[in-house]
Ligand binder design. Structure first.
Ligand SMILES: [Zn+2]
Length: 374
């Protein structure tokens, strides 16, 4: 039995001050408030705010070996070229070691679950041994990809399902087929760059690149990325839209007018900053009452997989809200909401503490860090 106290705790009902949380074998058995700590023997006290284990809603663990390899602010073409150029410089052992280091660090920083995109089986050895719960999105990618055969080895692993990479990188038939297969959540890169929408208007960077390669798209009649999604994904399928840098009110209306299942809008601010500097309009997502969740993307486009670094970029928003994006919303997005993401009696949600808060304004400071305590 452990009794854990702090200044604050994030509960589903809001931020509780002077929390005292009792756990038995990792399961929350009581949530109380302390009065005088000096009167309580055997209580562990941690300065800061207690949060349930966090959820990184968008990651590519297998790309961890690319840390520091891709030029910052090089844009999307430079990013793709950089990945291709450096890919073969690393051995399988290098890649595995990098993925293991990254996963262990996430765990120690209080991450409980990860929505992880995979293009091959290389990181599964790490994921299977990790205490972190991984949901893997086996990514179907490529305008000339017509079959999911190459994905079969990944689908042998637990909690792994197919997902299309984006609305610009797969032809019509296979995109539809992947979106209709199974009932696990989908995770689709969405509106990361202006070229994604412009492609449908026959202009922009993606259009130009495809033209030089001689590639044609058979899906442009949908008119826009959002319209393609609602024409292809069943309304009752839960979906994570990742990046959302160029999302407009009309896109939101099109998407939300279609889905009966929850839609999650993942933001990966540090990655956007790294690649292009284009940022999602978080206020627009918020104003629409959307389910926001938070991802780090990969170490190819981020200097760390630290959730705190993402949270600090969102510190203008109320702390309770941002922490909910990083915990409950992420857990819901991955289909883990019944078990993870909320400090509630009967749950084994993990527990982290975030320290160095500005208690007066109830917000994070530049010095805040997160670490796992349960
Ligand atoms: Zn990604």
């Amino acid at each position: 039995m452990r009794r854990i106290a702090s200044h604050l705790a994030l509960l589903p009902s809001g931020i509780l001050s002077k929390p005292l949380i009792t756990l038995r074998d990792g399961e929350v058995v009581a949530i109380e408030q302390w009065d005088r700590l000096d009167a309580m023997a055997g209580v562990e006290f941690y300065a800061g705010i207690l949060v349930p284990g966090m959820v990184n809603a968008h990651c590519h663990l297998e790309l961890s070996y690319l840390e520091g390899q891709i030029e910052r602010r090089g844009g999307f073409a430079a990013f793709a070229a950089g990945v291709a150029r450096t890919r073969n410089l690393f051995t399988a052992e290098d890649r595995l070691a990098a993925a293991r280091r990254a996963s262990e660090r996430m765990w120690s920083e209080g991450v409980e679950a990860v929505g992880d995109v995979a293009n091959d089986v290389s990181a599964f050895a790490v994921k299977e041994q990790s205490p972190i719960r991984y949901r893997t999105f086996a990514e179907v990618f490529g305008l000339r990809t017509a079959s999911i055969e190459a994905m079969e080895p990944m689908l042998k692993y637990g909690e792994t399902s197919l997902s299309p990479h984006s609305t610009y990188s797969l032809q019509d038939e296979i995109f539809k087929r992947v979106c209709c297969k199974g009932d696990a959540p989908l995770s689709i890169h969405f509106m990361e760059s202006p070229g994604e929408r412009e492609l449908y208007d026959g202009r922009g960077a993606l259009h130009e690149w495809y033209k030089t390669q001689g590639w044609e798209c058979d899906f442009l009649h949908y008119g826009s990325p959002a319209e393609r999604i609602v024409a292809s994904v069943p309304a009752d399928r839960s979906l994570i839209l990742v990046h959302n840098c160029c999302v407009t009110q009309r896109d939101i209306d099109v998407i939300m007018g279609h889905f009966t299942a929850p839609v999650y809008w993942a933001v990966c601010l540090a990655s956007n900053d790294y690649i292009s500097g284009l940022m999602p309009d978080v206020e627009l997502l918020r104003r629409n009452g959307l389910n926001i969740c938070i991802g780090t993307d990969s170490l190819a486009s981020n200097s760390s997989l630290e959730m705190m670094a993402e949270l600090k970029r969102l510190s203008d928003y109320p702390l309770e809200e941002v922490l909910t994006w990083a915990t409950a919303n992420g857990a819901d997005a991955l289909g883990y909401g019944a078990e993870l993401g909320r400090i509630e009696i009967g749950k084994r949600c993990g527990l982290a503490v975030i320290d160095a808060l500005d208690y007066e304004k109830v917000r994070l400071t530049e010095l805040s860090t997160a670490r796992r305590i349960v």
